[in-house]
Design a protein around this ligand. Structure first.
Ligand SMILES: N[C@@H](CCC(=O)N[C@@H](CS)C(=O)NCC(=O)O)C(=O)O
Length: 217
């Protein structure tokens, strides 16, 4: 049975799953989660506790959490070892870095965006500054980490996590000149075909970015 991915083209976590699907050439049907497709929203609500997307439907199984979706694709649909290495220690390191992108890049980015969604004219500036401070610390850590990251010639869990989180984080708190490796890697990631496809599919929704989308990327 054909896989189905429930999500939205402007959603960073949807990108994370889409990048893996595109990179591995896995056939699937995209199910848009929006007001015009309430049945898709219902499927998402039935999967996890907070009704977040993306959600993957594989036959009778619903998989939520973007990382778990990539683990599922790696186990059942992708080339062996492509998304996540078979070696347990290498896989552990990859999962650790995946957590860095979700917890310390995506989360503070989403916190800042959430403030503007809550009240675009009157965001809580202290909370926005706190989120920016966390992003700055993450950028500094990633700059050091990149010095020894052997950038693979294929997409792994790390590229799936890094591309959307750095794409949007840079819109919230630009990656500054002290981080040349991170700036270069973000540009490199955005040019990877599976990522470039997500960027283009999301482009029509840029006017909805609560802080205002910059005129680049
Ligand atoms: N931990 C989740 C986070 C997913 C998430 O935050 N998704 C956002 C879209 S990027 C969402 O569902 N937003 C709608 C909502 O929170 O109701 C994952 O890794 O998939």
């Amino acid at each position: 049975m054909r896989l189905e991915l429930f999500g939205h083209p402007f959603s960073s976590y949807t990108w994370k799953a889409l990048i893996a699907l595109y990179a591995e050439g896995i056939a699937f049907t995209f199910r848009m989660v929006d007001g015009e497709h309430p049945e898709n929203g219902q499927a998402v609500q039935s999967a996890g506790p907070l009704g977040k997307f993306p959600v993957l439907r594989d036959g009778g199984k619903l998989v939520f959490e973007a990382t778990a979706i990539i683990e599922h694709l790696s186990n059942h649909h992708a080339a062996a070892g492509a998304l996540i290495p078979a070696d347990p220690d290498a896989a552990l390191t990859m999962r650790m870095v995946d957590r860095v992108f979700d917890n310390y890049v995506m989360d503070p980015m989403a916190d800042a965006v959430g403030e503007y969604l809550r009240d675009g004219k009157n965001p809580d500036h202290a909370r926005v500054e706190e989120a920016r401070g966390k992003l700055e610390r993450s950028y500094a850590w990633l700059e050091g980490w990149l010095a020894s990251y052997p950038q693979p010639d294929h997409v792994t869990l790390i590229e799936c996590a890094a591309a959307p989180s750095l794409f949007y984080a840079d819109w919230v708190h630009p990656i500054g000149e002290p981080y040349p490796r991170l700036r270069q890697w973000r540009a490199h990631l955005l040019q990877l075909p599976p990522v470039a496809r997500c960027v283009e599919e999301a482009r029509p929704y840029r006017p909805f970015f609560p802080l205002g989308a910059p005129d680049r990327d």
